[in-house]
Design a protein around this ligand. Structure first.
Ligand SMILES: Nc1ncnc2c1ncn2[C@@H]1O[C@H](COP(=O)(O)OP(=O)(O)OP(=O)(O)O)[C@@H](O)[C@H]1O
Ligand SMILES: [Mg+2]
Length: 419
């Protein structure tokens, strides 16, 4: 499908002529970069910008077509989020400053034509592309990636801890007069990422399909706890992180805010994002520079998120008394943080399974017979098993013992559980 961006922009900014470049990477919308041909000509309504990003939202998923209708209201959600990061009035316009993370500023929105114009963060890579460019052969080294990844991870972790803080939600709620909901995602995620699990577990012969898939459904459909309500990106994947190839201090931005709104953070955005990275970690060659870089990136994200969220997210204690016989709940620890942790395990598992089955694996046309995909699906199921049917079951001594053996300690580290 196509959209005439030139006809649109010549009406909005008639004093300027632009050239257009299609941007790949998105599935849902059509996105281009418009570059001014004569930036010194006066009269532009975007005087500070020589380049712009334009995004058109058709009434369906752009890559699929009319067979996949999708409300154009998704663009209102993205415009609303970008406006919050746009100075001087946007309540979150300083949020990314301490971690040097940018969110594109909103420059213009036409709800009638379903076009959004926003700040160009530059010709950057997505985090997927960045990681794919790190050598996956053990014979190579990549010192620069090893140095950059802890810093990149740390900046992402800090940004999201600040985004998910009660303070950010309060500021956004005031600014939006309380209407922070995003009505678009709920059913879509239910169909595309929750109801899928039963079938995927069955296809991979995972025991306990019924109980595992109903845990996923129940956790998704339950009402949010007051503690877990936060302003969330809503669909956090490595495709939402843009960055340059450099030493860790490079430009870094977060894009694609269509699913943003009040949602879940430590048990939403974070386990989802970390599941994509966990999958890439498992798929990387052992002892390769890529594997080590992804591992450092994950550690950076988790440690910084923990550090910057500790004020509002008490550490859940999986108390394992000496003798490993009885697990007692520490009465000091609010059970809400244990619930958030449990919910994070479920989401991390769910997203490992979805990503493993849905991703294109060029070497594995028969997914069910691929040892790697089987391993990732089993690992996903492991997280949902460890969550138990409730907190009591999760805190069972044998279960805690297994939980503490978590692969790469990703969820444990995110919640600051050190043992
Ligand atoms: N502000 C920006 N600065 C620079 N490049 C950008 C910017 N926003 C988007 N891009 C580029 O355009 C591509 C598509 O953008 P985006 O992922 O937001 O589109 P989308 O259609 O909403 O994606 P999805 O299908 O994942 O929802 C990105 O991968 C990136 O390369
Ligand atoms: Mg999008």
């Amino acid at each position: 499908m196509a959209f005439n961006f030139e006809a649109f922009l010549s009406k909005v900014d008639p004093s300027q002529k632009y050239k257009y470049q299609s941007l790949t990477g998105g599935l849902v919308n059509l996105t281009v970069r418009a570059t001014k041909l004569s930036p010194f000509v006066d009269g532009s309504i975007f005087p500070k910008h020589d380049t712009l990003i334009l995004k058109y939202a058709p009434p369906f998923v752009a890559m699929i077509g009319e067979a996949a209708p999708f409300s154009q209201d998704r663009q209102l959600m993205e415009a609303r989020a970008l406006a919050q990061f746009t100075s001087p009035q946007g309540p979150l316009s300083d949020l990314g400053r301490p971690s040097s993370v940018s969110v594109p500023e909103l420059l213009y929105h036409s709800p009638e034509e379903h076009v959004l114009v926003f700040q160009d963060l530059g010709p950057l890579l997505t985090l997927y592309e960045y990681l794919a460019a790190i050598p996956n052969e053990t014979t190579f080294t990549s010192i620069s990636a090893q140095e950059a990844c802890p810093k990149i991870g740390s900046r992402i972790g800090e940004f999201f801890a600040r985004l998910h803080s009660p303070n950010s939600l309060e500021q956004v709620s005031i600014w939006m007069s309380g209407d922070v909901q995003n009505p678009l995602g709920k059913d879509l995620v239910l169909q595309a990422a929750v109801m899928t699990i039963k079938d995927y577990l069955t296809r991979f012969n995972i025991p306990g399909v019924h109980s595992l898939s109903s845990r996923v459904l129940t956790d998704y459909q339950r009402d949010d706890l007051p503690m877990e309500r936060c302003f969330a990106l809503g669909d956090f994947t490595p495709g939402a992180v843009l960055l340059a190839v450099s030493d860790g201090d490079q430009p870094l931005g977060i894009i694609d805010w269509e699913f943003s709104g009040v949602g879940r953070g430590p048990n939403g955005d974070m386990p989802q994002f970390l599941a994509s990275l966990h999958l890439l970690l498992l798929a990387a060659s052992p002892h390769s520079p890529r594997q080590s870089a992804i591992n450092l990136l994950i550690q950076g994200v988790c440690s910084a998120y923990r550090q910057h969220s500790s004020k509002w997210l008490p550490q859940p204690h999986l108390k394992l008394p000496t003798g490993l016989s009885v697990t007692q709940r520490d009465p000091e620890v609010p059970s809400e943080s244990l619930q958030v942790f449990r919910s994070a395990l479920i989401l991390h598992g769910r997203e490992l399974i979805n990503n493993a089955v849905e991703r294109e694996w060029p070497d594995s046309p028969q997914k069910e017979s691929s040892v790697l995909i089987q391993e990732i699906v089993r690992k996903g199921a492991w997280y949902i098993e460890r969550a138990g049917d409730d907190i009591e079951e999760m805190l069972d001594a044998t279960n805690v013992e297994q939980l503490l053996q978590e692969d790469s300690r990703i969820m444990l580290r995110l919640f600051g559980i050190e043992n």
